[in-house]
Design a protein around this ligand. Structure first.
Ligand code: CS2
Length: 500
């Protein structure tokens, strides 16, 4: 006899965790797993704490805007906009349903609606998780990529913008022309100084509008828009069938788009909101005047070390971060890069103990139940590494120290992503997605040695920014370590990197 199909999440839902008459106050760009397991969970806690639980009303519901793929929006719509967050620790799983979205759609499908939603008077926050890739800035200058065809199109075609910066400016422009109500733009991406960075790009885009429009929009931004910086942290893998099965077994319903996440979660924000905010502190968010310190700490110690673990691991055949970091040579390299090369470049925020922070990171990375994939962390390295490596590498070089393990990170990245004759980086490296692949393939084709490849990619192509492009000793060390990886493997390079 065929097993009877499980009820859908929406049908099985008894309504208990459902918030009352929820009204949208936030438009969120980037309906990925990270947003769904982070901001949505904090918002849930805020709404419950505000007494808007089962029967109350609340004005901080979220309109979730996906970029292209309709898969998550469609699945959420089929489930009454609900989905499950599975918190996964070695001790077991726990399940929760944030239920804070009031609508979801895709920007590619309904571009006018993105502008209208950001422009609506009831919208008081527009938040973003669009990844490093979504900001359309030149890594060389940090300024808006004005020559990018997508930015050009968004500048000439007002109604249907496709880039997040274009969408935000067009939305702000409609506020400026219409009701004039204030709004906060809240970047939640892993970028240094993400608030100021976003503010700069928004203003640069606005200043390129036709003269009168530019002046009107910029004046509105100056007076009525704030851009708080934030530090976001939670390891959130991609959804896979395994997680759908966990929900079916643990909850007895079918959820097509559950989100797995580690138990750890952290959110630090500047408290400068132009039109109010949910009481996110109810979910543990911290409002601080030291956000940039938290952000540097996180982007370097966590994300930077994570990249090294991902690339070395992938090269050794490790599918996941825990499989990678349990290899003694990789753990030793991770500790060395974190302690000796990232740590000297940060100042601990008040009350943060860096030794404890480091130990907690290793505990998080060892979470085998979560199975965060090396190919996921290794993807988009050409954009991520620029946020992680250059500042600490330059600081080390300037103080006379050679950052061997930062060079090893760059070398392991090249070994994974650049097609090298006679070298197979394995399936996990092959699964990494990166917009720089064509550039790396060309550079590999033109290079007859590891040293030459390192010099083309870091020197000529500025993979790690302009300043590091001029530091020959860093580039030469990257080439040497790449050569060791090609000849003797990633573990040998990890073991040898520090022995100079
Ligand atoms: C990771 C991050 O993919 C990556 O580059 O380092 O996604 C990391 O898991 C999160 O930033 C943790 O907050």
């Amino acid at each position: 006899m065929a097993a009877s199909p499980l009820p859908r999440l929406s049908a099985a839902y008894d309504g208990a965790p459902r918030l009352g008459a929820l009204r949208p106050g936030i438009v969120h760009l980037g309906l990925g797993n990270f947003h769904r397991a982070h901001q949505a969970v904090y918002t849930r806690a805020a709404l419950e704490a505000a007494g808007s639980g089962a029967d109350g009303a609340s004005d901080w519901g979220i309109i979730g805007v996906g970029s292209r793929s309709a898969a998550v929006p469609d699945a959420m719509k089929a489930q009454d906009l609900l989905y499950t967050v599975i918190e996964i620790s070695p001790e077991g799983e726990s399940f929760s349903i944030p239920g804070v979205h009031t609508d979801v759609f895709t920007a590619a499908g309904e571009p006018e609606r993105v502008v209208a939603s950001i422009g609506a008077p009831e919208t008081r926050i527009v938040s973003l998780t669009v990844t490093e890739n979504g900001y359309y800035y030149s890594p060389r200058t940090g300024h808006l990529a004005v020559d990018d065809p997508a930015i050009q199109r968004d500048l000439s075609e007002a109604a249907r913008p496709s880039t997040p910066i274009g969408q935000i400016v067009r939305g702000l422009q409609s506020r400026a022309r219409g009701h004039g109500a204030p709004i906060t733009v809240l970047s939640c991406d892993n970028l240094a100084d993400n608030g100021h960075h976003t503010e700069r790009l928004v203003k640069e885009f606005a200043s390129l509008l036709p003269e009168g429009e530019a002046a009107e929009t910029l004046a509105f931004i100056e007076r009525h828009v704030t851009f708080p910086s934030t530090m976001v942290d939670r390891i959130v893998p991609a959804t896979a069938d395994h997680y759908r099965r966990l929900v079916a077994e643990g909850c007895g319903y079918r959820d097509d788009v559950p989100v797995p996440a580690e138990p750890f979660t952290m959110w630090v924000l500047e408290d400068s909101f132009a039109a109010g905010r949910p009481a996110w502190e109810a979910g543990g968010a911290v409002f601080s005047d030291e956000v940039s310190r938290y952000e540097e700490l996180k982007v370097r110690l966590l994300n930077g070390t994570h990249s090294l673990i991902a690339y070395l691991g992938a090269l050794t055949g490790a599918a996941t971060i825990p499989e990678s970091v349990r290899q003694p040579e990789i753990e030793a390299a991770a500790r060395a890069v974190l302690r000796d090369e990232y740590r000297p470049s940060v100042t601990a925020p008040r009350g943060v103990d860096l030794d404890a922070y480091e130990e907690e990171l290793f505990t998080r990375w060892r979470n085998t139940a979560l199975g965060h994939r090396t190919s996921q962390v290794g993807s988009d390295g050409s954009l991520k590494l620029r946020q992680r490596i250059p500042v600490p590498a330059l600081a080390a070089l300037d103080s006379g120290r050679a950052p061997h393990f930062l060079a090893l990170t760059a070398a392991a990245y090249l070994a994974c992503l650049a097609p090298l004759p006679g070298f197979d980086p394995g399936p996990h490296a092959a699964a990494m997605v990166d917009p720089a692949r064509p550039m790396l393939a060309r550079a590999a084709e033109l290079s007859s040695s590891s040293a030459e490849l390192a010099s083309r990619v870091l020197g000529e192509q500025h993979l790690l920014g302009e300043e590091l492009a001029g530091r020959d000793e860093f580039i030469a060390r990257t080439g040497e370590l790449l050569d060791i990886i090609r000849r003797n493997g990633a573990l040998a390079a990890a073991a040898e990197a520090g022995k100079v």
